[in-house]
Design a binder for this molecule. Structure first.
Ligand code: CA
Length: 225
């Protein structure tokens, strides 16, 4: 396996290179986004480890440009502690996962294993339910030709419901998913997100309904008629 690292802190770059080589993988490391881009054009990487604060280009912008150019290499972004907005922006820009600095080498290696175990990003599906489409890679929700603008927590909720279309998703599972995105983990936050999501979907002919299953959770199902 070959990994590309773009990180401008030379100390962190050395530590990461060492950890990855110790795990038995190959790594190429650069401090500038433009060097990384050139490397991506010439080599097939299994994973990109991307720092978001780079000297020549903002990591989010860089990531968006990769995805726009249909470069689907799995991306693990390295973000600062507490930077929830940055993590959400990273995931929205097409990152597959994030790691908060400072991190333990064991966690880094485990995340890399998890990401590269999954199907390649090029095979990432578009989830479909009734007249709704959810593109996993770009995190775009559409109904026919119309894009439906949703907040990150609403997208996360819809993805979870669509993956379990026609089945009840227990409320604690949704709360847990919210907490992973750095959102408030509470029953109330889930109810509010469901209510906002329903309103936003209402404006489109989605042929899908989000049903409350009292005492259990929520389910997306096809509207009748
Ligand atoms: Ca940096």
């Amino acid at each position: 396996m070959r990994i590309l690292l773009i990180e401008d802190s030379s100390r962190l770059r050395e530590l990461l290179c060492e950890a990855i080589r110790d795990a038995g993988w190959k790594i190429d490391a650069f401090a500038f986004a433009q060097e990384g881009r050139a490397a991506l054009d010439g080599t097939d990487y299994d994973l990109l480890l991307l720092d978001l604060g780079l000297p020549d280009e903002d990591g989010i912008t860089f990531l968006r440009s990769l995805r726009a150019a249909k470069i689907q290499t799995p991306v693990l972004v390295l973000t600062a502690r507490g930077a929830v907005d940055e993590r959400i922006a990273g995931l929205d820009a097409g990152a597959d996962d994030y790691l908060v600095k400072p991190f333990h080498n064991g966690e880094l290696i485990a995340r890399i294993r998890a990401l590269t175990r999954r199907a390649p990003a090029t095979a990432m599906p578009v989830l479909e339910f009734a007249a709704l489409q959810y593109d996993i890679a770009s995190r775009r929700v559409t109904c026919g030709n119309d894009e439906i603008a949703l907040a990150p927590s609403e997208k996360g909720l819809l993805e979870l419901l669509m993956r379990n279309g026609g089945q009840v998703v227990p409320k604690p599972k949704i709360e847990h998913a919210f907490s992973e995105f750095g959102d408030e983990r509470s029953s109330n936050a889930v109810e509010l997100a469901v209510s906002r999501l329903r309103k936003k979907l209402d404006g489109h002919p989605t042929k899908a309904l989000i049903e409350t299953v009292r005492g259990v959770g929520y389910m997306i199902r096809e509207a009748r008629g």
